[in-house]
Design a protein around this ligand. Sequence first.
Ligand code: NOJ
Length: 730
Amino acid sequence: MDQKVNIHPQVEAKIDDLLCRMTLAEKAGQLTHLSPSLVGGFDIEDLIENPELFREVKRDFHEDWIREGVVGSFGGMTGAEDINRLQKIAVEESRLGIPMIFGLDVIHGYRTIFPIPLAEACCWEPELMERTAAAAAKEAAAAGIHWTFAPMVDIARDARWGRIAEGAGEDPYLGCQAAAARVRGFQGNDFSQPDRLAACAKHYIAYGAAEGGRDYNRVDLSLQTLHEIYLPPFQAAVEAGAATVMSSFNDLNGVPASANPYTLTTVLRGQLGFNGFVVSDANSIGELVPHRFAADRKEAGLKALTAGVDMDMSTESYRHDIPELVEQGVLSLDVVDEAVRRILRVKFLAGLFDHPYRGSAALERDIHLHPQHLSLAREAARRSFVLLKNESDLLPLKKETTISLIGPLADNQADMLGSWAFTGSPKDVVTIAAGLRAAGCANLRVAQGCAINSPETEDFTEALAVAAQADVIVAVLGESAMMSGEAASRVSLDLPGNQQALLEALHATGKPLVLLLVNGRPLALPWAAQHVDAILELWQPGTQAGHAAADVLFGNYNPSGRLAVSFPYSVGQCPIYYNRPSTGRPAGAFKFTSKYIDGPWEPLYPFGYGLSYTQFAYENLRLTETEIHPEDTLYVRVTVRNAGGRRGEEVVQLYTADLVAGRVRPVKELKAFQKIALQPGESRELLFKIKASDLGYYDTAMQYVVEPGLFQLWVGPSSAEGLETTFRIV
Ligand code: NOJ
């Protein structure tokens, strides 16, 4: 349903009234987003490494500027008391009393931390993503926040890029479902409600396509790929009502995304009909200078504002430079007024003029870590786990089994939270070891084995002594929280430090070996895939990590997650994604085909893949019609049966491919999915309705066309398997 930010005449009239009364400095201030400045000498690296130190550094909250009415928005603040104190200055002491909007990165929870977004996408359950976003909004709003810099809706096809953790993976269809669900979750039907947040779809646009997977790097891609792959999740977010959009750091085909009139104005405003405001990413306006796209801060501000960036986050160009640019006649006042209008529109719709203050210390106490949020966090985590391998049905384990739990993530709190979890607290986290114990696992021995990422060789004697006592060894390995997220690209997708050596030493004991992975990106683990008996991908599960892990390890919950990204064999395959365009020489036995001479070309685990403790059979795929018109709907039926001995959930996935087209098309594209639960022996007939109009593409002239011709269709458990048939658009 289209919920777009709308234009209401009464609101616009109030904005007109304010615009008439605002000075140019106040207008420029309205377009400015500031954070508290850190006072005194400090080393930024030390602060990043040490959150305690970061909390203690003195801050300047810019009260004077707020009083002058030259700050429209504030970030980097937590806690209702502090936020409302600053808001009071804006509302009661500034000339026009315009409230500020307080934004924060509430990415996967506020105090209760849910699984990282990439993990949640592996649930393939939009309704669940909506619920976790709603809970995050409730906790953040209790702490005084109005606006979250989420959801991150960047498509990511390269596991080297650390920010793959923050989004919904590689596929635009799943990405759209996640984007819309998260916007609905944060905003509800009305983001002026006291327990909701205004959402911000970011990073606009194509930030996930950074060359080489290196953060902030250039992006060079065709307009077709932009519109077919990277834009759809933003469109879904806008249609779900996202109040704001954040412009990204990267350049796109030579034009920085924070100063790109085509993407920001022609596409976002013109084609998508977006009426909210665009905020720059932090200092992305200032960075037009090192991009060598602007000579100085002032020119950067001019280019960004005229391209369509309404709010300047952290550069302080708008506040300082707009008055002069207008006075010099280089910048039209209409452009400034339009940007102010969009920001005031969102402030009115957020109810800030009627209720400028949010939350309280008492509400924080009541709502943070609320038992309902903790049980939702446990539910979301266990549903996001992906069972990658389960040789001889080693899992689930019995609680009576003597387990040696070994690895740097076995009894670890902080790294369960993942990136962007600074409002959470490691001390709230249930470690994997604590979770197994709480589930009644009495014969548990724990050893760290090694550090997560030590550059030195480590001695495994203690870990091997603990392993020797086990019936089953459970290794808990992966990445630290800091190894993914922003500015955390990697050149290797191996287990860091000595962890691979530890895993091999544990395997050499000859005991049954389970690998639990805790990580923020796909890792390339061909050795583990071959030698370890069972592999369960936990991602970074959040506050309830240990309970969720115990639920799945002991079989109280049958794993139902499916990969939202391909897992490569080797980092050399990156970028790797299932919906790649066809090549003239598809990989085959013949030498001169599209492959590698020193490793496989297929992923280790494909998009959509994941095992269960039961098995599902696919039967009887049929179409009502095998020929449809471009305006028709295709009705697809399939029967799925639980052929194993346990209740389980299956993600039934439908893919299509256009077999001959006027442009080279993907070998396969996800078009629909349904997640269903089946009792042992139960079967269910599912109906999918596929609109022919969703099977088109942008032709070489950038016209969206639905071409007549033959299509292939698959319904199955992953992008690599399924029943197949064909149909024709006539
Ligand atoms: C930079 C990040 O790229 C963005 O995702 C975030 O919202 C802003 N900083 C604000 O913290």
